[in-house]
Design a protein around this ligand. Structure first.
Ligand SMILES: N[C@@H](CCC[C@H](N)C(=O)O)C(=O)O
Length: 370
């Protein structure tokens, strides 16, 4: 289906996973999109494909909407029905960080434009999500490619919770013949998720990037080429920050000048979050994690995500938090990180310098049982 056909889509079908022919039920949502922005969006999508492929880290108005719930039973999976003008998707979430998942395995061109993603992600006038994730064919030898649009339409390099959802989505879509692990090309390079026996997904998130200019941040490096526990002024207050990229940029803070012990529940995230995100010291904007230390292996964080705002969880953010905590001498290499949506297990392994993230990923449960 072409971008134009997708954009002109009149019907979007939501299906509750697991995706099997026997238990398939659907909820139809009818959208009318303004078609005037289509040509421009198609160009945007193409240029983002190009920039993703060039990423050097790969080395190692909804004008009207009506919703009608129907009980439809189909003999075959919805994935086998390819009506033109219909976008099929499912909702997945990792600890409440939720995504519209699109089966894009037949094309390297996203079936949804950034502008459409903004509309689809709207929690009142759209479907509601923190982002749209596309499962695409592999690239340069990988099994698959994952791309994502934030709810503001921007394209991040990587998404930790998203890649766990991606792994579950792929295993629901494809016959993996018992394989539980595969390789995924992302804007942050090669990512390897593995579905564990307990249903959780463990992800090799690769090596953290610490060089300030690669994160990118304009904060002057204070330790080798990295920014570790240095002060920046945000809205008239000095914050101690450590900067880490997990393919996407993160600014991690454990507190303000003279007040090292953040109580993260007391923060006005909606006020301070955007001031970090759009700070002039972060040329590509930044995700920001506010962290409270319970012990050397137990941390709690709240996140303000670039392009998505306050979310219930951020996988790359939790990885960045543990890397920052280790760099600042606050934690061990294995930590439980509590997020508003639940805990993630993070390890920054000494032997290979890779960060490993383990946590759940689930399809949205519409509560419709057989
Ligand atoms: N929630 C994600 C991160 C998504 C991308 C982020 N908003 C960005 O722009 O970098 C995660 O779980 O990592």
């Amino acid at each position: 289906m072409s971008i134009a056909a997708a954009a002109a889509a009149a019907t979007v079908t939501v299906v509750s996973p697991p995706i099997t022919s026997s238990n398939l039920r659907s909820l139809s949502i009818t959208n009318s999109f303004k078609s005037s922005s289509l040509a421009l969006q198609s160009k945007t999508a193409t240029s983002t494909t190009t920039s993703l492929i060039r990423n050097p880290r790969f080395r190692s108005s909804v004008s009207a909407m009506s919703v009608s719930a129907q009980e439809n039973r189909y003999q075959t999976s919805f994935l086998d029905r390819r009506e033109s003008g219909v976008l099929h998707f499912v909702k997945y979430h990792g600890l409440g960080n939720d995504f519209i998942m699109v089966n894009n395995l037949d094309s390297m061109e996203p079936k949804v434009t950034p502008e459409q993603a903004v509309k689809l992600c709207d929690r009142n006038f759209g479907i509601g999500a923190d982002g749209v994730i596309f499962a695409m064919p592999g690239w340069s030898g990988t099994d698959y490619t994952m791309r994502i649009f934030n709810s503001d339409g921007s394209e991040p390099e990587m998404c930790g919770n998203g890649v766990r959802c991606f792994a579950k989505f792929i295993s629901d879509l494809s016959n993996l013949n018992g394989r539980q692990s595969f390789t995924v090309h992302t804007g942050a390079g090669l990512i390897i998720p593995e579905i564990q026996h307990d249903g959780k997904v463990k992800v090799d998130m690769g090596e953290p990037v610490l060089k300030a200019s690669d994160i990118p941040t304009k904060i002057p490096p204070n330790k080798d080429q990295s920014v570790v526990k240095t002060q920046i002024e945000v809205d008239g207050v000095n914050w101690n920050v450590t900067c880490v990229s997990m393919g996407n940029p993160h600014c991690v803070t454990f507190g303000r000048e003279g007040d090292e012990n953040l109580v993260v529940d007391e923060l006005n995230l909606a006020d301070i979050g955007p001031k970090f995100e759009h700070h002039k010291l972060f040329p590509a904007r930044t995700n920001t994690e506010f962290v409270q230390v319970f012990s050397r292996s137990h941390l709690k964080m709240r996140v303000w995500e670039r392009g998505a705002g306050a979310t219930l969880a951020c996988g790359t953010g939790a990885c960045a938090v543990v890397v920052a905590a280790i760099l600042e001498g606050r934690s061990e290499r294995n930590c439980t990180v509590d997020l508003p949506g639940g805990p993630l297990e993070i390890e920054w392994r000494e032997d290979d310098n890779h960060v490993y993230m383990t946590g759940p990923a689930e399809g949205a449960d519409l509560g419709v049982d057989e």
